[in-house]
Ligand binder design. Sequence first.
Ligand SMILES: Cc1ncc(COP(=O)(O)O)c(C=O)c1O
Length: 360
Amino acid sequence: MCYIFDSLLKNGILHKGDKIALMVPVFTPYIEIPELDTYEFDVVQVQASSFAEAGVREWRYPTEEVAKLADPAVKLVCLVNPSNPPSLALSQRVADQIKSIVATDNPGLIIVTDDVYGTFVNHFRSIAADLPRNTLLVYSYSKHYGCTGHRLGVIGLHRDNVIDDALAALPQADKDRLAKRYGSLSLDPGSIRFIDRLVADSRQVALNHTAGLSLPQQAQLTLFSLFAMLPEGKAYKAKVQAVVKQRLDLLLEGSGMKISDDPQRAGYYVELDLLAEAERTSGPGFAAFLQQNYEPTEPLFRLAEQTGVVLLNGGGFDGPQWSVRVSLANLDDLDYLKIGHHLKTIFDDYRAEWQAAGSR
Ligand SMILES: Cc1ncc(COP(=O)(O)O)c(C=O)c1O
């Protein structure tokens, strides 16, 4: 992620203050990097604001939200697919809408898709398969193999792509500047592709000969990739999918909460909207009482104080303030049943406080 933003800027594809879009809620660094003084991007949010039914969020992107990408001033869009925190794979409806936007209104749109949770959905299809010319594909081995912290990731870009087209169309002054920047690498620096520039930039160009080289990491990437192709690797994939699914079921059993029925759920996380749940179980009066009397993070502090369980607030992912994210990848299965029970108790306490106040 860091390398992509950096190289797009260094190569004059993006400029400080440019308009970019984020499909939210999203993994926090995608929110925080564009705010840095190096970039100060003007961010348009495409919000997963749909509801499946009253009180149950669907966490999918309505057509009018996706339509924001049709503005040609939007130069790049970042999405996480399957999403984090809602943990749902992009629907073909949205992929088709983005395809038609690229075919008509915004052909130069650069799509950064972070598919780190792709293996948690069967028959997963990246938007890179639909829009190969426009897409930078980011993947990390971190989730599927539980190896967070090892820095094992890849970036993919199709040989024929809009970024190399944009490099070829740069004004001569930019081309001259970049020929100087990459001049130590080739007698024809103008012909260096974006993906190779990105590798060089990752080591300040000068150390290009060492860029991307790390034998332990590369050996581990190779072993993981080969394992994924074996029958054992396929069985492992089914097993980890089943583990998170079982934990999600236990969490819902304990909490009594309802989530949308979605065949494209990765279930690595779940994002629960407490306000929507309050409305679903006891009506809008209860939801209004919570909003008027408590900070959105209050339930999280109650939970942490009473049980030592720490969840993350969805507002930090630019999701609804009253939503919370539960990671289903960290604890033992039965802990999720307990977390569910704790959430239910906290909800019952709030309901009792509302009833004591007259249930208005
Ligand atoms: C969307 C997304 N991308 C990347 C990562 C992290 O990957 P890595 O461990 O390789 O830095 C995360 C982890 O939370 C994530 O949610």
